[in-house]
Design a binder for this molecule. Structure first.
Ligand code: UT7
Length: 322
């Protein structure tokens, strides 16, 4: 049986860092409130003109370099994003050309914050079925483009960034199980109300704005992630004690702690980047993974549980041997 194995990771963050203290100057909030409710201390914000594709391209270049793979060897690009550069071509096509990988299949996946883990699940299926040998999987966002900077409930939560992995077909174990779910019945708890088909409005930023019922999203996220990790362990035939690292979606430290508790994992076995990156949506899990690899925390042979939850609602996981 061929596995999809991660052979390189990369990530990219915009240069500009905005701290909680900076936000205190523009909305009625405090560093104390943001830290205690979310764990966030700062976030990176894209410069004017800097796009999701720019960050995705850099993250992809770094992942290819780490893997020792040329862009021309890639036979599929799957990119998770909710904030594509333009409506079409897809951001996957835009970075394909910049990387010099023209010819391979390339498409975007929109699963909000679960975008990267969905993309990883799709890529895994392509490799397992024998259709692809080397796949570039990216999660990239400039979510702050959708933020209303006058709304304290949401503007303190988000940041921009991208992460990427190169997967290769291998006889050695790599991805052991993936799970993907969605429930569109929750569409009104986390959404952006405008778009091409529905139309835009005269409101600031043409009505492009994140609407979130934070408390309700929080409750469903904790409950759903609990059952997701159980289901994923079962699918891989593994026990909690076999997990070396939890690499969760970085939306809120309290949600992350709840999932760690369910897994009976101490927090020193959990990769936390929400303090530095805030919620980068589809960028969050691959950014955390790349940080974990480059800092030497994650080593070859470790078992990693990746999970994410976001608008849709969507939720997804991957259990893999690194
Ligand atoms: O990534 C996709 C999935 N998204 C998530 O997982 C996010 C899930 N939700 C959350 O992370 C949390 O619900 C939030 C961080 C968004 C909010 O935390 P909370 O503990 O649920 O707070 P809350 O919404 O219940 O608000 C508590 C109070 C309210 O005031 P009252 O009604 O108690 O007087 C808010 O108006 O905090 C107030 N508040 C703020 N105060 C200072 C809301 N935002 C702020 C703020 N600064 N930025």
């Amino acid at each position: 049986m061929k596995y999809a194995r991660i052979i390189g990771t990369g990530s990219a963050l915009p240069e500009r860092v905005v701290t909680n203290a900076d936000l205190e100057k523009i909305v009625d909030t405090t560093d104390e409130w943001i830290r205690s409710r979310t764990g966030i201390q700062e976030r990176h914000i894209a410069a004017d003109g800097e796009t999701t594709g720019d960050l995705a391209f850099l993250a992809a270049q770094r992942a290819l370099e780490a893997a020792g793979v040329k862009a021309s060897e890639i036979d599929l690009i799957v990119l998770g994003t909710t904030t594509p550069d333009i409506i079409f071509p897809s951001t996957a096509c835009l970075i394909q050309h910049r990387l010099g990988a023209n010819g391979c299949a390339a498409f975007d996946v929109n699963a909000a914050c679960s975008g990267f883990v969905y993309a990883l699940g799709v890529a895994n299926s392509f490799i397992r079925s024998g259709q692809s040998k080397k796949v570039l999987v990216v999660g990239a966002e400039t979510l702050t483009r959708m933020v209303d900077w006058t709304e304290r409930e949401t503007c303190v939560l988000f940041g921009d960034g991208a992460g990427a992995v190169v997967l290769e077909a291998s006889d050695e174990p790599g991805i052991l199980a993936t799970r993907m779910h969605a429930n569109g019945g929750f569409k009104d708890l986390l959404f952006n109300p405008v778009g091409v088909s529905k139309g835009f409005t005269d409101a600031p930023n043409h009505g492009v704005r994140i609407h979130m019922s934070g408390r309700e999203v929080f409750k469903v996220a904790v409950k759903t992630l609990d059952s997701l990790v159980d289901e994923t362990l079962q699918a891989a035939g593994m026990k909690e004690s076999e997990i070396d690292w939890l690499i969760p979606h970085q939306a809120n430290l309290r949600i992350i702690e709840a999932t760690a508790k369910r897994l009976k994992l101490s927090m020193d076995r959990v990769i936390v980047t929400v303090d530095k990156h805030a919620n980068t949506s589809a960028g969050s899990v691959p950014l955390a993974l790349d940080y974990a690899v480059r800092s030497g925390k994650v080593q070859r042979g470790h078992n990693l549980l990746l999970e994410a939850f976001g608008g849709g609602f969507t939720w997804a996981s991957a259990l893999l041997r690194y």
